[in-house]
Design a protein. Structure first.
Length: 194
């Protein structure tokens, strides 16, 4: 259990922050960047939830994702070789990834087939989910950069982010009347216009 008694600690005033087990890193460090982008993704999913309040099916999925993203942040804030006082570190599990895959399959089964790329638009919920999807993709890129620099990063963290962005895409389409109100890209539509 985490206990937060003080909101400001002054420990980061010089541009560094502590990882889960205390080692200090620059706030510009790849690891901090990766879990920071996960936090941004989580915050935007929270905003998307304000548009899904009357859609229990959506809200429960998004609520679980938000909780799992805190697990992911903890995973990324703990290098694989950095155990927590002898206790195993909190890691994204294969079951969390499988749950995302199940949700993708479940929601995608009701969607209209795609005939073109989907523009990130539509209902307020769909648009918010598209923004969350792009943030998840950025978190994925940050995770790849981290893994290239520090191979002791959990590989399941990257897999989770890849599936999450796929699920957010499917949910955005579902929020557009199961894809019926998707706004599709028309290649070259305005290329001859001034």
């Amino acid at each position: 259990m985490v206990t937060l008694n003080r909101i400001y600690t002054r420990t980061g005033d010089k541009g560094d922050t502590g990882l889960v087990n205390g080692p200090r890193r620059s706030k510009a460090d790849r690891r901090v960047q990766a879990y920071g982008t996960v936090d941004e993704t989580n915050a935007f999913i929270g905003l998307a939830r304000t548009h899904a309040l009357k859609l229990a099916r959506f809200d429960s999925v998004l609520a679980r994702i938000q909780n799992d993203l805190f697990d992911l942040g903890s995973d990324l804030a703990t290098p694989m070789n950095d155990e927590n006082g002898g206790r195993p570190a909190l890691r994204i599990s294969k079951r969390q990834i499988e749950w995302l895959e199940h949700q993708i399959d479940r929601f995608n089964a009701d969607l209209e087939p795609l005939e073109s790329f989907v523009l990130p638009a539509g209902t307020p919920l769909a648009a918010a989910l598209h923004v969350a999807r792009t943030l998840a993709r950025r978190a994925e890129r940050d995770c790849v950069s981290l893994m290239n620099a520090e191979p002791q990063t959990s590989p399941d963290a990257l897999v989770y982010l890849n599936r999450l962005s796929d699920l957010l895409f499917v949910l955005a389409r579902f929020a557009n009347e199961k894809g019926k109100n998707d706004i599709l890209w028309v290649p070259g539509k305005h290329s001859g216009q001034v």
